[in-house]
Design a protein around this ligand. Structure first.
Ligand code: ASP
Length: 293
């Protein structure tokens, strides 16, 4: 389908696990700066797929969010990481789940997409693949992982959560999405949420790119991102399609947030949790960074 106008648009999230009353000044500044970097790339013609991978790599590396460096151990005491990426025009997709000890899971997800015939590798197989492809391992977990902004030690025994994601429309009209997480705190060993699942956690096609955050079990049971994309395909407007799925997640007992960009460059970032760290940028609107309303 042809792009209507030459336009770019971008949304980033740092998770829907924000807690009212905590200070998110640092993450708002970080998301704003990152949105600016991504916007510069999009404005000079960088592809949406490269921009979402770049954004999520940075969000994983900084340690400010519950992904990559900011991840917390599962109930067995070690880190398991999930990530996924999807390219709208080709529907190519890649993911890793329950991946231990690598710095940038989203890059490994992209390598699964581009260098294997598969969509997802998990556990020992994902680790062997990442090693074989020479991705950077975490050598000293005790010193590498840090507590993200807004997370207190008390949160680690609860189901508190955070995740990072990026969605983009580039100047050629292509859409892409990527998501990465350390999962929910205190999760059981081997637990997989929505984030690495192409469909619930991450989706991109020729109409829309979507990244979800929130309680993964409820997102999976609602259909998540692909349920939004299907509603859009059947003619439901973007806002309504996202609201329908968020309402369903709420009805099932979960909370969640969604960032989505349409092929027209419309951006939506609703959530039904207390807050969601987020930033948006587009060729026709200034950068906006928020955590609460
Ligand atoms: N959706 C993620 C998971 O369930 C957590 C989050 O988004 O905060 O693993």
């Amino acid at each position: 389908m042809k792009q209507l106008t030459k336009k770019y648009a971008l949304a980033l999230h740092g998770g829907a696990g924000a807690v009212a009353g905590r200070d998110y000044t640092t993450t708002e500044k970080h998301l704003g700066d990152l949105a600016r970097d991504c916007e510069q790339q999009l404005a000079k013609g960088t592809k949406a797929l490269d921009v979402v991978e770049f954004a999520v790599t940075e969000l994983e590396s900084c340690g400010l969010y519950v992904a990559g460096r900011g991840s917390a151990p599962n109930s067995a005491g070690y880190i398991e990481l999930d990530a996924s990426i999807m390219h709208g025009p080709s529907r190519a997709a890649g993911a890793v789940a329950i991946l231990p000890g690598f710095k940038n899971p989203v890059g490994i997800a992209r390598a699964v997409m581009e260098r294997t015939p598969h969509v997802m590798l998990a556990g020992a197989g994902a680790k062997a693949f990442a090693r074989d492809q020479e991705f950077q391992e975490v050598e000293d977990a005790g010193n590498y992982y840090v507590l993200p902004v807004g997370v207190t030690p008390d949160d680690l025994s609860s189901a508190a959560h955070g995740t990072v994601g990026a969605v983009a429309l580039d100047l050629s009209g292509s859409l892409a999405a990527a998501t990465s997480t350390g999962g929910t705190f205190g999760k059981l060993e081997g637990r997989v949420g929505d984030t690495p699942l192409i469909g619930p956690g991450t989706w991109a096609d020729d109409q829309v790119a979507i990244s979800c955050t929130g309680t993964g079990e409820h997102i999976i049971r609602s259909g998540g991102a692909v349920a939004i994309a299907c509603a859009i395909k059947s003619g439901v407007p973007l806002d309504d399609a996202v609201k329908q799925v968020l309402d369903e997640i709420k009805r099932l007992g979960g909370d969640a947030g969604v960032i989505a960009v349409s092929r027209r460059g419309d951006i939506v970032t609703p959530y039904n949790s207390e807050g969601m760290k987020r930033a948006t940028a587009a060729s026709d609107q200034p950068i906006e960074t928020k955590t609460f309303e």
